[in-house]
Structure formats: C-alpha cells, structure tokens
Design a protein around this ligand. Structure first.
Ligand code: GN1
Ligand code: MG
Length: 539
C-alpha cells in the first residue's frame, strides 16, 4: 500500500519537479523564500499535510503566506490539530522531503509511512488558506495537487483568501466539532463582533475614549477581513480603512512591520489625522498602534504596550471579581525593560522570558490560568486554561459579578488559537472603552527605555550560541565578557545578541537611559560581535 501511494506521488510530482537546487529550510515561520522557488515545496507540503492528517486522524491546516515580507516572496506553514505550530519532529521530516531530489521522493515517502506507522485507511483532511499575493493561487494549487496525490478523495477545505489566525481558528473549530466556534469565516467574524458589541454595550463613547479608528490593512488580507468586520460591527466602532490592496502594494511603506521597524507612520496616515491607528501586517497576525500628539509627534505602541494593557486590565478584573486565577505574562528578551519592570514591580504580575518565536511563548503561557504573551513586534494573544474558562463562566452566569461578566466577554473576543491582529485590536478597543482611556493615556502607562536593534553580517551566524532565553552568549568565547564590560558603562544598559532564525545575520539589541547611549551601546556590541565572528559590521 505504501509503495502504491509513493508511486502515485512520484507520478503527480512530474508536474511539480524540483527545478532549483537551493536548500529551503523550515524556519520560525515555515518555508519562506522567493515565490518562484516554491512550486515543488508546496506540492510536497501538500503530501506531508495529508500524511500527517492520516497519522493524527484529524484535520491539518496549511497556510500559504509570507506575512510581512515583500510581494514577490511567499511561504507556507503547517498547523497541527489543536491550532498549534507543526510538531518539531515533523518540521524536520517536512524539511527533508521538501529538499530531496525528485528521484529520492518515493523511497523517502515509503520510509515515512512505515516508520511513523501511518494508517493509510484513514481519510486525509486538510484545511487550506492563502494570503493576497499574486503567486498564492498557483502555489495553493500545488499544495492541493500534493494532497490529492496521497489520496484522490481527501477532504480538502480550501477557504481561499483568509488571514493566518483565521486558518488556525478554522483548524481548531473543525477538530473540536464547533465548540470553539463555527468553522467558517462568517462564523469567525460573527463570534468576534458579537462579543465586542456585548462588551461595549449601549454607549460606545466613554470618558476620553472615542470610538473612531484608522486601520492600516497593509494592502493585504487584513483589509479584506476588516471590511467584513466593519459591517458586522455596525458602527459600534467607526473605522476608516486605508491601504486596502491593489494598486497599493502589499506591505510596501505600510503594515505593522514597516511601522515597527521604521518607527514611522504608514502611507495614507498623516500627522493631522487626529485619530489612533492600528497597523496590521500582511497576513493579519501582528498589530501595532500609533498616533500623533497635539504637537504632531509620532508615537508607536508595540506588542509590549499591548501586552501590558491586557495584563493590567485582566489583573484589575480578577481583583474586582475576586476570582482566584493565576495571571502571568510571557515576553522575549526583545521586550522593553520598562515593560517588564511595570509588569513585575507595579502590577505584581510574574513574567516568563522565552527564546524568540511564538511557539515558545505560546507554550510558556499555558503555564498560567490567564497567560498574556506578546512579541515586541506585535504578535501575541491571551490564553485561558480550562480551569479559567470554567471559573469565569460560572461566576459570570451566577449574576451580580460585573467584572466576571466582562472577563467572560473577553473569552469570546480573544482568538486564543494564535496571535491575531483583528481579535487583538477588538480586545484593545474594548479595554480602552472600559477604562475610558484615550490612546495617550494608554501610552503613558510607562515610558519605553530608548533602544536600538542592529544587524551584523558574519561569515557564519551559527557561531553565536546563547543560553538563558537568548540573554547570554555561550560562544564565541569571550564575547559575553566583552559585552558585560561595555554594558556596565551605560546607565540602565542592557544588551544581548543572537543569530536570527529568518535572516542571515546576527541581531544586536541594546537599550539604555538615552537614545544616544542606546545607539552607542549597540554600536560597541556590534563591533565586538563583528570582531569575534570575523564579520562585516553593517550598522
Ligand atoms: C527581532 C524580531 O522581531 N524577530 C522576529 C523574526 O525572528 P528572527 O529569528 O529574529 O529573525 O521573525 C520571527 C518570525 O516572524 C519573529 O517571531 C521574531 O520576533
Ligand atoms: Mg504575520
């Protein structure tokens, strides 16, 4: 049976031959490179997804996207049945299969089926989604060809253009029989908008909170979903949607990554707009807020500020509702020192630090009853344990506990399956409304420490290895000692270095009491990295 399937796959693969000899790895965000290198990878991912579905006897997700990367890139990631990122052992298998020469495919498929004990009689079920890139439909077809090569009548749910978080949501709802929500895009929009409207109640204006918002759709799928959402919100929130797609170019001078990295406003949002703006990235799983003050100064509120807003509000609601649930936060070393200080010293909320990559944060957040996790770049969500969901729902339904009822509302606004810009946006708006806060009041919760992020090109970035959630260097020898001496020269100084998982560079992070000092600290550390890794220091 295994060899029969392998023969079918080899036959179908003739339409998706491996024309490029480039090694393509499964990084933090799946396979990602130039779109024209990906046809054979997509076909093989289709094969892998169908086999994995048979093995776990559940629906698997496949998302075709290169997120915030330029239009000409593309990528693909697999989503496991509970909405989580693909199991690491299968990342390795997928990478092996994606990079095999065509004539080795058969042997490798047979061995995978036999070694993993895959029950071939189980019908494969795969949920597929794609972003708005021009290359996505053809690459999606290649994935479908791969799924069908394994089994002609595999169950394939092709949802067309959807955000990455919607794909995760669909996988969860399909596998739990609809408990988390209705497994359709309309079901997703209805669930979130209904919960948001319930939280806002009759009066959408409160204190300094104004129910008007600009959404920067990054010319991508976020704009498509926002349009649906705006209709469903029925004026509870007045949205001015900009960067809605062609002729605007995906992620070009707009979107969450552009705003975060360039530290400036996206195209079509100007300093006289007078409103707060939420920037989404190309597949709508990252969110960054921004605004201009009366003096026309730009201000950015990143993933750390969003996380702290959630943590503070949930902390408050837990106290008011007198529910005994453990709230915690998860950050990476990139979190601004002021945000960590605020969480631990002002809110008394414990903070776990993990290595970069959402799967680590997601996993660590599961240790709490209510776990708020965010990367500084705006990717994150809140997880509620089973115990938390039950405790909150019980308290809310017993009546008279307004804080518990508000928490219950957040259970439905938040997409706990993965970081979701649209759901996070509704969460932020609901909290600002509840507090009667303007964006400025949120922004002044704490003051970010000035910081600088640099890249250093070196001969081999893997020369740099780290420990303690990437906060200390192990190799090259002597680098950490050098860094300790440099850091000690700066007030509030902190710096760490690590090899990037998505680019061929070593990243340097520095923060200190002034921007000048953060810049200087970053430069000195980058020079030390360059020297000890014989690199070319590109500042
Ligand atoms: C400093 C930074 O923003 N790093 C990003 C970036 O990873 P690197 O391993 O640093 O290249 O891409 C990851 C995937 O999108 C994201 O999880 C992470 O936060
Ligand atoms: Mg993204």
């Amino acid at each position: 049976m295994a060899s029969k399937i392998a023969a079918r796959i080899v036959e179908a693969a003739k339409a998706h031959t491996r024309r490029v000899d480039k090694y393509i790895g499964y990084g933090t965000a799946g396979f990602r490179t130039k779109a024209d290198l990906l046809d054979h990878v997509m076909f093989r991912v289709g094969v892998v997804s169908a086999l994995r579905s048979k093995m776990v006897k559940a629906s698997i997700g496949v998302m075709i996207t290169a997120s915030h990367n330029p239009e000409e890139d593309n990528g693909v990631k697999l989503v496991d049945p509970l909405g989580e990122m693909l199991e690491p052992a299968w990342e390795v298998l997928a990478t092996e299969i994606a990079n095999l020469p065509d004539d080795k495919l058969s042997e490798s498929i047979v061995s995978l089926i036999e070694k993993s004990n895959i029950d071939l009689s189980t019908r494969s079920s795969v949920i597929v989604g794609r972003d708005t890139r021009q290359s996505s439909p053809a690459l999606c077809q290649a994935v479908i060809d791969g799924i069908k090569a394994v089994e002609e009548d595999s169950e394939i749910a092709d949802f067309g253009i959807i955000s990455t978080p919607i794909l995760h949501y669909l996988v969860v709802c399909t596998n739990d029989g609809g408990k988390y929500g209705d497994p359709t895009v309309d079901g997703y929009v209805a669930k979130l908008s209904r919960a948001f409207r319930t939280l806002i109640g009759e009066d959408n204006k409160r204190g300094n909170y104004e129910p008007t918002l600009i959404i920067d759709g990054a010319n991508g799928v976020g704009a498509v979903i926002s349009e649906k959402l705006i209709k469903a919100l029925d004026k509870t929130l007045a949205v001015n949607l900009v960067n809605v797609g062609p002729p605007g170019i995906l992620n070009h001078d707009c979107g969450a990554d552009y705003v975060k990295v360039q530290q400036r406003e996206p195209l079509n949002v100007s300093s006289d707009c007078g409103a707060r703006c939420a920037s989404l990235d190309g597949d709508a799983d990252r969110l960054i807020y921004l605004y201009f003050d009366e003096a026309g100064m730009f201000h950015m509120l990143d993933g750390d500020k969003i996380a702290l807003l959630f943590a503070e509000h949930f902390n408050d609601l837990l106290k008011k509702s007198q529910l005994n649930l453990k709230l915690g936060m998860v950050q990476t070393a990139y979190a601004n020192g002021s945000s960590t200080n605020y969480a631990t010293k002002v809110l008394n909320v414990p903070v776990t630090c993990t290595p970069t990559g959402v799967k680590f944060l997601h996993h660590a957040a599961q240790e709490f009853d209510i776990g708020v996790y965010f990367e500084a770049n705006g990717h994150g969500t809140t997880l509620f344990s089973e115990n938390a969901v039950k405790t909150i729902k019980d308290a809310a339904s017993s009546g008279g506990n307004a804080a518990a009822q508000e928490l219950a509302g957040f259970l439905n606004v938040i997409n706990s399956t993965v970081g979701d810009a649209i759901s996070d946006l509704l969460g932020v708006e609901a909290i600002l409304h509840s507090k009667g806060w303007s964006i400025k009041e949120w922004d002044t919760m704490y003051q970010d420490l000035p910081n600088r992020l640099l890249k250093v090109s070196v001969a081999d970035r893997n020369l740099v290895t780290t420990t303690d959630a990437e906060r200390r260097v192990v190799t090259p020898e002597g680098l950490q000692e050098r860094m300790d001496i440099i850091v000690a020269k700066f007030k509030d100084g902190r710096s760490f270095v690590r090899p990037s998982g998505t680019e061929d560079v070593v990243r340097v992070y520095a923060e200190a009491d002034t921007q000048e000092h953060a810049d200087e600290l970053g430069k000195e550390v980058a020079a030390a990295v360059s020297e000890l890794c014989s690199g070319n220091c590109k500042l």
